[in-house]
Design a protein around this ligand. Sequence first.
Ligand code: ATP
Ligand code: MG
Length: 653
Amino acid sequence: MDGDGETLANLLREERRFPPPPEMAAAANAGEDAFRAADADGDAFWAAAAARLEWAEPWTQVRDWSRAPFARWFTGGRLNVAANCLDRHVRDGRGDRVAFHWEGEPGDTRTLTYADLKDEVCRAANALLELGVRAGDRVALYMPMIPETVVAMLACARIGAPHTVVFGGFSAEALRGRILDCDARVVVTADGGYRKGAASALKPAVDEALEQCPDVRSVLVVRRTGQDVGWTDGRDVWWHDLVGAQPAEHEPEAFDAEHPLYIMYTSGTTARPKGILHTTGGYLTQVAWSHWAVFDIKPEQDVYWTAADIGWVTGHSYIVYGPLANGVTSVLYEGTPDTPHQGRWWEIVQKYGVTILYCAPTAIRTFMKWGEEIPGRFDLSSLRLLGSVGEPINPEAWMWYRHAIGSDRCPVVDTWWQTETGAHMISPLPGAATLKPGSALRALPGIRAEVVDDTGKPVPNGSGGYLVLTEPWPSMLRTIWGDEQRYIDTYWSRFPGYYFAGDGAKKDEDGDIWLLGRVDDVMNVSGHRISTTEVESALVSHPRVAEAAVVGAADATTGQGIVAFVILRGDGGGDTPDGELAAKLRAHVAKEIGPIARPRQILVVGELPKTRSGKIMRRLLRDIAENRPLGDVTTLTDSSVMDAIRDGLPAAA
Ligand code: ATP
Ligand code: MG
């Protein structure tokens, strides 16, 4: 995919380097030793990681790849995920430790210790049993960011009923599609939740979705906002009535390591969402290990915060399962970052003494747009480590994060992974790695990643290609729910024997990996293949630009022409954008990357279309740039954004 290594080398020209802080290096949970151990014996490495959990029955085989690409890990082993996340901490004297400092958007708060959470989960497990849910039955969750969401997930896990969490922001139609796809019979929801300063209803979407889901027999409803709800007698039941009446004792049953834990639908950034199936033993092993190693978790001291929605895989692995398996204290926040003011996150960091913050580049670029004086008003000195996930992080956004949030002191770990991988795959270990802004560096211990060319051969250092994973890993997806053929076709067919991630990447002269965005998004301009990430990073490196999205639009002379949508920085001067600025930005890209990457068109917009997890949906921008009707918008956060962009555009777009 790298048609012209020379003109497109701008990310590789990034020369800033940040060695680990000496205190972190001295006390790091994992470093070069872990790489050495995993390189010497991968199965022994993962067996040791699995031994951090509590098993009711030991496994007989670590990895079984005999039916590739269908993997089995820890064959014969049995465990209960909820007991690993809760019961063993309570039993071993950690029951009084706070599991979650929950902060509602209106400012109401709740503190749940590990003992509190265990009691609630036992009650909810008993309630689900009373509703007739049995091991293997699917339960759909359509919830706000409240403690009951975590409780419901763990209650499902405790009784072996796979959950499927659907973002609270999705439409009735999206919810219905997912309920039908996995054939869920019970739905857990709430009257509503708080977002952007107001109660936002959830129950009506459930009611609408269920008009066409005849097999759903029960809806368990949490009262969060107190707003009026429609009620179907015999089907709907209040959480406080049913769960509240249950005993806080429930004996956890141990499930097979390959028992299904959950189905999570992908973000839908590029296509119709796929129901990704994760199972029990391998998933919890890798999620717990990666959380502990990548975030250097010290459970007695840290206050950990993944500022993301639970309805995204990041929430599953790094709000719920990883942090609880490691017994750390977390923050859980219900609402949006600008309610009631643009400093809300920083106020939360200050209030709870957050030590580790994990969020998406989209949030960081939004904060850049708002300006660094906003976080500057708060005491962020408790922070010691920052993480990024979800999209390539532009070097300038990385630098801003490290500087404005991390006081030039905190390492930033850029973690590459996917719904399908279940856990971190490529990421620095903060106590060991010398960081490069914009690079996820190399595969974690026990993980094998490669960048290959069209024929599947590894590219030399200094070149780009397709990112693949060359060996199975414990938390890998086991299939696409109900569609084994799509699983094989999507991931295992492009390069036989390798998992194809769908992302492009480059290896620098040290062999470190730089993610370049989706292969589907790569542009072809006069025969040169140009990545969206590189052009976007060049735009974001201009002081006026906070965020950029770039697409290739059909062009009569060049094949594709580059069209850039940009959002300007709040502190970069709010004057109306004009032809002069566009010309400056086009020249800036030409200087940073090369004349071939100069955008044909630059359009200043107020917002970009994003998924609920904050990913830019370039395919919709391509529809606009090519004057087509929009494709599937069901996973878009806010569909009015598309109208606003369209209305603001010159007719030629
Ligand atoms: P769909 O597969 O339905 O189009 P999606 O790929 O956006 O949706 P996710 O599984 O949530 O769904 O996202 C994984 C993708 O996000 C990766 O394939 C990659 O493109 C991007 N990504 C995640 N983390 C990083 C990162 N640290 N650097 C670069 N890209 C990242
Ligand atoms: Mg994907």
